[in-house]
Design a protein around this ligand. Structure first.
Ligand code: GBH
Length: 454
């Protein structure tokens, strides 16, 4: 369709993918069952003070034992695409070394159940549950992890090529590196120097490359692969040429170390100038792997930063959110729906991506009272609606946005916030494991059925 052909009233394009998302460590539970090895989150969550009230991923939504009923529920709501991740420590309990056949068997059963319910899998190879054994040998600071990931990726893609056609290499490189090894708020909770942190994401970029290589080699006909990035998103304060140019310049700077490096096939000059002596060590051949062509880019966008034209020759001015600016219960989750429009538009314009997916978008709240047996999460319905409108607007403007995955299908283990923070459109009672669709699940179901923003 031509740019401008869609109005808010017109339906999403017929091939637009509507999905829901979750991740292994956040929903599966069964943390020590059928030979699964310990992950860094199994370990980190047991360190006093690291996770809200010491919550662990041990049981989570018990999806490991309840996936069939979960897929029945998804199907009944009309959700036909599901983004999940594979738990590396189920497949290789020590990260490398011996293979755990029971781990592969579990996902074979899971994909068979999805097929039975008519749900298409989008599979992330790594969503933060690094085998603890690899962490004990340096984790993301070490190339041992890169070699182990290459082997893990080969094994998994080979095993599931018949059942999976959509692959995502890694989820949010800057989160599990910077927050895991820099600030220490996420597992493994280390506080290393900038030099070491920069090295961790270089290793993560190499794993992304290995993931692409594995899918090309073993994925079979029709397999596609991409990265999911939590790009930093700028929103121009006014939609004028000056503020838009400023927001674009901020976007280029802030995404230099992942999207910029992959796109350029090297670390860019402005990035190297910024990090100076802390630049990562790069070996010959690294960037040939890192910059292998992909089929799409996945973006996790929850929020955005307002940017306007700079004063006195500065390229831009990024504005802090005032304390009273609306947000979800996560302090970082400021409500900026236009982030979906500008995030996808800048990714397309700056890097030339021809297929973009929002692989996560959603909001988390601590208290969601039940009224007459239903969670009336009108706040989430409004979040969903306002963000879908901006996705729709991007498509109308000619941005190649091909799909949208809502985070999350069900309330789950929200990392350091434990079970306190609920992102689901389906409520999970963590005592009884009863699932109850919230108002937002009904709303999303209607949107998907009609392909319109209702
Ligand atoms: C996603 O990341 C994750 O992929 C998913 O697993 C998670 O459940 C979901 O979000 C909801 O949190 O501590 O101030 O530095 C979200 C993007 C970007 C959120 C970095 C946390 C750190 C803010 N993340 N952000 S701060």
């Amino acid at each position: 369709h031509a740019p401008g052909a869609l109005s808010y009233e017109s339906p999403f394009p017929p091939d637009f993918v509507f999905g829901v998302a979750a991740a292994s460590a956040q929903i599966e539970g069964a943390a020590f069952e059928d030979g699964k090895g310990e992950s860094v989150w199994d370990r980190f969550s047991r360190i006093p003070g690291k996770v809200h009230e010491g919550h662990t991923p041990d049981v989570a939504c018990d999806h490991y034992h309840r996936f069939d009923e979960d897929f029945a529920l998804m199907a009944s709501l009309g959700f036909k695409t599901y983004r999940l991740s594979i738990a590396w420590p189920r497949i290789y309990p020590n990260g490398d070394g011996a293979l755990n056949q029971k781990g592969l068997d579990f996902y074979h059963r899971l994909f068979a159940s999805m097929k039975k319910h008519g749900i298409e899998p989008w599979v992330t190879l790594f969503h933060w549950d690094l085998p603890q054994s690899l962490e004990d040998r340096g984790g993301w600071t070490s190339r041992v992890t890169v070699d182990a990931f290459a082997r893990y990726a080969d094994t998994v893609v080979k095993a599931f090529a018949g059942q999976v056609k959509h692959w995502i290499t890694l989820n949010e490189i800057l989160c599990f590196t910077l927050l895991g090894y820099g600030t220490g708020g996420k597992a493994p909770g280390r506080k290393e120097s900038d030099k070491v942190v920069n090295q961790t994401y270089h290793h993560a970029l190499l794993c992304h490359g290995h993931g692409v290589r594995a899918v090309r080699k073993f994925g079979g006909a029709g397999a596609v692969v991409g990265l999911t990035d939590n790009c930093a998103v700028s929103v121009p304060v006014t939609e004028t040429p000056a503020d838009i140019a400023a927001a674009r310049a901020w976007f280029v700077d802030r995404n230099a170390q992942v999207l910029g490096a992959i796109h350029a096939g090297k670390y860019t000059a402005n990035f190297l100038a910024r990090v100076g002596a802390d630049a990562p060590d790069v070996q010959p051949g690294d960037f040939a792997l890192i910059s292998l062509p992909t089929d799409f880019l996945g973006l996790n966008i929850y929020s955005g930063t307002y940017v306007r034209a700079g004063k006195n020759g500065a390229a831009y001015e990024a504005l802090p959110h005032p304390v009273n600016y609306p947000r979800a219960d996560s302090p970082w989750l400021r409500l900026v729906p236009q982030s979906l429009y500008w995030g996808t538009r800048f990714s397309h314009e700056v890097y030339g991506h021809q297929a973009l997916y929002i692989t996560e978008n959603g909001c988390g709240y601590d208290e969601e009272p039940v009224v007459n047996g239903e969670v009336l999460d009108l706040h989430r319905r409004d979040y969903l609606r306002s963000h879908l409108r901006e996705a729709h607007r991007a498509i109308a403007a000619g941005v190649p946005l091909k799909g949208y995955f809502l985070w999350s299908f069900i309330d789950n283990y929200e990392w350091e916030d434990g079970y306190q923070r609920r992102f689901g459109i389906v409520h999970c009672d963590f005592k009884t494991q009863v699932r109850t669709p919230k108002l937002s699940a009904r709303y999303y179901s209607d949107v998907i059925r009609t392909r319109r923003i209702l």
